[in-house]
Ligand binder design. Structure first.
Ligand code: SF4
Ligand code: SF4
Length: 278
């Protein structure tokens, strides 16, 4: 079973939920797909080692063969190629590695070469494994790293999705059996939750909502969920104790009585709904 933990907005407690859920159920594999700022290991504190580099294939143009016909420049949808009077200029950071330019070149002037955009790190303890994607600073393309990370999914995987509602988030959640949408009870939280709900509904993935920092803000999220028939699966209170533990990188299920059991119940509920065997 693959459970994705997502949120329309950053800072809502997505990683808190993903790590506390994993610790509670044990024997879980976390894929930290928040590749611009992976932070699940703040709570897990594993010694991480490099698993693999992640590359995209970019064009390399043979100037002897190139006739400067411009077909590759016209074909590139990402403006990664530009025509100069006597050269073709490549902007590697804009190249999505789609391979179209090499397909359209009639003169066989383009070969594809790997360019590293990030890496995947790995760490574990007796119960939990963590695969962490890390995008190089200045790189724009998170999706290839997320795709690579997802190859490590197993039958008990928790995906910590990147925040927001753009392509990287969609890539992270698309094959999941269930999505937990984490939000906070504020107008901003509600706004982004509505967008996130529209995405998971389009994908047809079963989902539920966890309200984090319950007690701040207003009841807009609860009213919206009621109107839309969306299940609120858990409310995590806005509490000084949780905030203190968070600031020290301590998962609150390890210190606060009863919470591990609540996360196990949450997992059982998801398992029953999805027919998961794990
Ligand atoms: S399509 Fe080929 S030959 Fe034409 S400009 Fe591009 S690399 Fe040169
Ligand atoms: S591989 Fe795709 S994105 Fe990159 S330069 Fe060629 S056409 Fe553009």
């Amino acid at each position: 079973m693959i459970i994705a933990v997502a949120s329309g907005k950053g800072g809502t407690g997505k990683t808190t939920v993903a790590t506390n859920l994993a610790i509670s159920i044990g024997k879980a594999r976390i894929l930290d797909c928040d590749v611009e700022e992976p932070n699940a290991n703040i709570f897990l504190k594993f010694d991480m080692e490099k698993k693999e580099d992640v590359n995209v294939l970019i064009p390399s143009i043979d100037k002897q063969k190139c006739t400067l016909c411009g077909d590759c420049v016209n074909a590139c949808r990402y403006n990664a190629l530009a025509m100069l009077p006597k050269d073709i200029l490549l902007f590697p950071e804009l190249c999505h590695g789609c391979g179209l330019c090499s397909m359209v070149c009639k003169y066989d002037a383009i070969t594809e070469v790997p360019r590293k955009i990030g890496e995947i790190l790995y760490g574990k303890n007796e119960e939990i494994e963590l695969y962490q994607g890390l995008l190089n600073i200045g790189e724009a393309m998170a999706t290839p790293i997320i795709k690579e990370l997802k190859k490590y999914s197993n039958d008990m995987t928790i995906i910590d999705a990147p925040p927001g509602n753009a392509c990287p988030t969609m890539e992270a959640i698309i094959d999941s059996d269930f999505v937990i949408l984490v939000t906070e009870p504020t107008p901003f939280g509600l706004h982004d939750l509505k967008i996130a709900v529209s995405i998971v509904r389009k994908f047809g993935i079963p989902f539920g909502v966890i309200i984090n920092k319950y007690g701040i803000g207003d009841d807009g999220v609860e009213k919206y969920c009621e109107q839309e028939g969306i299940r609120i699966m858990m409310k995590i209170p806005h509490s000084r104790e949780i905030a203190n533990l968070y600031s020290k990188g301590i998962p609150f299920v390890e210190k606060m009585e009863g919470w591990k059991e609540r996360f196990i119940e949450l997992y059982e509920e998801i398992k029953n709904e999805t027919g998961g065997n794990s």
